[in-house]
Write a protein that binds this ligand. Structure first.
Ligand SMILES: O=C(O)CCC(=O)C(=O)O
Length: 314
């Protein structure tokens, strides 16, 4: 659907100005839109997840650990596919205001793709380099978007999400290095070519929402503050967008229609898309790939087993 067609549907959660801002700029911040009750519930299950991670010594398909993670001082980079880990996350992704936000920006028929919870731990939580999401998980069109909710208040020193305005209308960049290895971020030369001085860092109180289009160039700085920055991210598309590569973060909910009805016809955008490596045997993590971290054989085997298990449950 074109922005005009989407805008012809009455808004459910956003103003016309907010919807137009998203279409023009490729991202949006909406402050305090998620009720505190939801933030409390999500925080409680997230604390339970952190407890579960304490005894781990290596990252796996569920918990992506930062170097330095210990039993006494857990440091998580990411909880992978939270909707698989606790029903509260799926209830939020499928029944809360985020579904209406998605419908306001992709149209009345909304499909779920995947989820993740990026922690950006205090005192050093890792940077996310400039990248575009769609080449991790190509779809037949560019409707997919990511809706993040800040579980804590997020200020400028906590590594808020940074968006390069209007970059969704620009090119898709190569996210392989010169040796054709997937690094999941722009190469140095491309990164130098973007005007980072225009970056909009999306800060806001707990319950604020960030939304970014799948073509937008975005990233975030290290968190050197003494406060964490848990950001719960859910990805949706219009129902007529179909994937043609393996989902890096598979889930039994992939493809669930969370609003409206399934599509009978696929919509194809004629702009080409870089394809990622085949993730069907398992995907380490955005952080591990961007930092070119080596995972050992045991980890890779465990990841493949866990991924196969999730795919069997689909
Ligand atoms: O957690 C972050 O700061 C980055 C999130 C991100 O890059 C994404 O959702 O694609």
């Amino acid at each position: 659907m074109t922005p005009e067609q989407i805008l012809s549907h009455p808004p459910l959660a956003l103003t016309r100005e907010q919807r137009e801002f998203y279409f023009d700029n490729g991202y949006l911040l909406v402050e305090r839109i998620v009720p505190q009750e939801w933030i409390d519930r999500l925080t409680q299950v997230t604390n339970e997840m952190v407890e579960q991670s304490r005894s781990l010594t290596k990252s796996d398909a569920v918990f992506d650990l930062e170097p330095g993670h210990t039993v006494d001082e857990p440091r998580l980079r990411r909880l992978t596919s939270p909707v698989e880990q606790h029903p509260t996350y799926w209830e939020f992704a499928s029944k809360s205001v985020v579904v209406d936000l998605a419908a306001d920006l992709v149209g009345p028929d909304v499909k779920f793709h995947h989820s993740k919870l990026n922690f950006k731990w205090q005192s050093g939580g890792e940077e996310v380099k400039w990248h575009q999401d769609i080449t991790y998980w190509p779809h037949t069109n560019y409707s997919p978007l990511t809706i993040g909710v800040y579980l804590h208040d997020v200020g400028d020193d906590q590594g808020p999400l940074g968006a390069i305005p209007v970059s969704h209308k620009g090119p898709l960049y190569n996210q392989y290095n010169d040796d054709n290895q997937w690094v999941g971020c722009l190469g140095e030369e491309d990164a130098r070519g973007i005007d980072a001085s225009t970056t909009d860092y999306l800060t806001g109180p707990a319950g604020s929402i960030t939304i970014h289009n799948c073509r937008l160039v975005h990233g975030s700085r290290q968190n050197m503050s003494d406060k964490g920055r848990p950001l719960l991210l859910n990805i949706y598309s219009s129902a007529d967008a179909f994937t043609y590569t393996a989902n890096p973060l598979p889930s039994k909910y992939e493809g669930a229609i969370v609003k409206g009805k399934p599509a009978l016809w696929a919509h194809h955008d004629d702009r080409p898309c870089l394809v990622p490596p085949d993730w069907s045997g398992g995907y380490t993590s955005l952080y591990a790939l961007q930092q070119q971290e080596e995972w050992d054989r045991d980890q890779i085997e465990k990841l493949a087993r866990q991924t196969a298990q999730i795919r069997r449950e689909d």
